[in-house]
Design a protein around this ligand. Structure first.
Ligand code: IPE
Ligand code: IPE
Ligand code: MG
Ligand code: MG
Ligand code: MG
Length: 292
């Protein structure tokens, strides 16, 4: 991994540790379950995106860190629920047994709910660092990205498409919603809090859209080519469950080409942006070259 991505990830891990309530908070089982999934590793890709966009738009990492961490809470909640027996029924996540395997389904559902709620408390708490107008906009962005018009909607179509023959447009809808919307919102959050101009916010949004597709197509590819060790989750699950993935519908060579095209399109979307975008280019390359 590129050195600066590693440095930002470390900063995010430190911030998560300092912001998240301690494990012994009563009722401790829920705090332990949330922490179990949040601190199991994870690439911290979405908060990294928020930080790097904010920096490109002229803000400090510190000024957006609570919002970046909130996005990681939302993402972690989505993983806990995605792994539940009623959804993907997975046993491993981030290199350890899934939350419901460790704590039971009841606590895992509530741990997801708890992380989702804590995320909004964290963003609302930005009050001292950012103008209220920006905070309210970020809350709206994240709520819409996570809701039925975003991640939840994508997960619904993912469920409905499992075991069915679907076309590529349906796969692209699933990918753009279950994964793309939160990634787009992560990019927009960095730009909004940094006070970027509207046309630059739009450029970062398009960057996020392409990155989101590249990210999920790569996730589908790695499900077929990766190992438990690299991925921290059981490979081969998508084929076994007859999931509507990009390689299943279009073939592996087309999936690899499309992921690369989306990463290139993400970089192209930044053409009009005047500030230093080298790190954003590096992040786009990381998305398709990662092995975990
Ligand atoms: C996995 O996300 C779920 C998808 C939306 C593809 P990540 O690959 O970012 O998982 P972590 O956060 O690194 O564990
Ligand atoms: C997950 O997609 C999307 C969300 C969690 C919203 P996947 O089901 O492909 O993610 P993995 O492969 O389990 O990480
Ligand atoms: Mg899933
Ligand atoms: Mg899954
Ligand atoms: Mg997957």
């Amino acid at each position: 991994m590129l050195q600066y991505l590693d440095d930002v990830r470390r900063q995010i891990d430190d911030a998560l540790e300092s912001l998240f309530p301690p494990a012994e908070t009563y009722p401790d089982v829920i705090y332990r379950a949330m922490r179990y999934s949040l601190f199991a590793g994870g690439k911290r890709f979405r908060p990294t995106l928020t930080v790097i966009v904010a920096q490109a738009a002229g803000a400090s990492a510190e000024s957006v860190m609570p919002a970046a961490c909130a996005i990681e809470y939302i993402h972690t909640y989505s993983l806990i629920h995605d792994d539940l027996p009623a959804i993907d029924n997975d046993d491993y996540r981030r290199g350890r047994p899934t939350c419901h395997k460790e704590f039971g389904e009841d606590i895992a559902i509530l741990a997801g709910d708890g992380l989702f709620a804590e995320a909004f408390a964290l963003v609302a708490g930005l009050q001292k660092a950012s103008e209220q107008r920006k905070i309210i906009q970020v809350i709206k962005e994240l709520a819409e990205a996570a809701g039925p018009g975003g991640m939840v909607g994508g997960q619904v179509v993912d469920m409905e498409s499992t075991g069915r023959r679907v076309d590529l447009d349906t796969v692209l809808f699933i990918h753009a919603h279950k994964t793309g919307k939160l990634i787009r919102a992560a990019a927009r959050t960095g730009a909004i809090l940094a006070g970027a101009a509207d046309d630059e916010i739009e450029a970062y949004s398009r960057y996020g859209d392409h990155l989101g597709l590249a990210f999920q197509i790569t996730d589908d590819i790695l499900d077929e080519t990766g190992s438990l060790e690299e991925l921290g989750k059981t490979p081969g699950q998508d084929r076994a469950s007859h999931k509507a993935t990009y390689p299943a519908v279009a073939g592996m060579p087309a999936a690899i080409t499309r992921a690369q095209e989306e990463a290139a399109a993400a970089i192209d979307a930044l053409n009009g942006v005047k500030t230093d975008i080298e790190r954003l280019k590096g992040l786009a390359t990381f998305v398709v070259e990662r092995t975990g």
